[in-house]
Design a protein around this ligand. Structure first.
Ligand code: PLP
Length: 363
């Protein structure tokens, strides 16, 4: 344990102001956050402080050139009240993969997991227990060079805050399959969770929202034919009982933790899962032949969210009623049961925060 974490507790908790039975997504923040600084080739100044604004220099390089990455992880409490985090190791690995692509330093596991351990111990009362709610954990890192001039930065800030959240989507998602704008292309940054990927999606997203759609289903950047992903979810299609999801081989798609979990659970249930290229034409053909059983997205925030309909080149394609989608409903329930500690954790996906250890150390 080489990194000492300094702790400054808030003098006034805000928890009494929160209605935990009616949580929005992402606009309520717990009492504390974690910060670490990278300079001269190492991490230093690790600390837990009261949640609040960070003062930054106007020339801060992340603001100008977008060298910034983030993650999203969820925690709940099991029946014994212990904070349980869903597969944080996967997010830790993906965070450092994103960091590598963006010429940012690796964050040591001790700091990444230490931040989660400390925050979930000190703010454990912020972990909601009502159905469909959880504590969303947001680790992020940005370049903190205070100079105008484009070069890979040498100073960085790593920060983690948490947010009690409710459901992301309250209705089947209306999806717009974009035939003009693209999100990623081979050799680009599609597989990284970097800020720029999301920035580039904002304008198309604003346009499709005006038309009444919730999210964009991106097609590949070369042929404009093959399904990639939807907003902040990986995409699954069920055709004639076979579960299909785009393969990750080109590096254009985020390696979703929920995607990986759903594939595992589907195979456990005996379903055939194909990871392969799937074109929008194949999806539409299946729809026209009455073989398109289901389409859904998977992601930490949205868990498993059904697609109600999709729009492509002037046509709207309706999907079957959600209550008839037995396969995805079963997989969703199974995932939710595991994440909340109610079903057996056969794959060792849950990380139990050692609250006893940290609570004794935290002043
Ligand atoms: C672009 C994108 N695709 C897919 C996902 C789903 O990934 P995960 O299941 O790890 O949350 C996310 C969310 O993290 C995302 O931002």
């Amino acid at each position: 344990m080489g990194y000492k974490i300094h702790i400054e507790r808030t003098k006034r908790s805000r928890i009494g102001n929160v209605d935990f039975s009616n949580l929005p997504f992402g606009s309520i923040f717990s009492d504390h956050m974690f910060i670490a600084e990278y300079e001269n080739g190492d991490w230093d100044n690790c600390r837990v402080v009261p949640f609040g604004n960070i003062s930054i220099h106007p020339a801060l390089s992340a603001l100008h050139y977008g060298q910034a990455i983030f993650e999203g992880i969820k925690a709940e409490k099991n029946n014994e009240g212990v904070p349980i985090v869903f597969r944080p190791q996967k997010n830790f690995e993906r965070f450092n993969l994103s960091a590598e692509r963006m010429a940012m330093p690796q964050v040591p596991e001790e700091i990444f997991m230490g931040a989660i351990d400390h925050l979930l111990t000190i703010d454990r009362d912020w972990i909601p227990t009502s159905p469909d709610s959880s504590l969303y954990i947001r680790p992020f890192m940005f370049a903190a060079e205070e100079i105008v001039g484009i070069k890979p930065a040498e100073r960085f800030i790593f920060c983690v805050f948490t947010s009690p959240v409710g459901k992301y989507y309250h209705h089947p998602v209306r999806v717009y399959v974009h035939d003009k704008y693209v999100r990623a292309f081979p050799g680009g940054t599609g597989y990284a969770k970097c800020a720029g990927n999301y920035a580039a999606a904002m304008m198309p997203l604003r346009e499709i929202k005006k038309l009444g759609y919730d999210q964009i289903l991106w097609l590949d950047g070369i042929h404009h034919r093959y399904l990639q992903e939807i907003g902040t979810m990986n995409i699954f299609v069920i055709i004639d009982g076979i579960i299909i999801t785009p393969s990750l081989h080109e590096g254009t798609i985020l390696h979703g933790v929920t995607r990986d979990s759903i594939i595992t659970l589907a195979q456990e249930e005996g379903y055939v899962v194909q990871e392969r290229d799937i074109s929008i034409d194949e999806v539409i053909d299946a729809h026209n032949q009455g073989k398109l059983d289901d389409m859904f997205g998977t992601g930490t925030a949205a868990v498993l969210s059904h697609i109600g309909e999709f729009f492509y080149k002037g046509e709207v394609y309706e999907l079957p009623p959600v209550e008839l989608r037995d396969v995805s409903n079963k997989l969703r329930q199974r995932l939710i049961a595991i994440k909340s500690g109610k079903a057996e954790d056969l794959y060792g996906w849950l990380y139990h925060v050692p609250v006893g250890v940290y609570a004794a150390q935290i002043p």
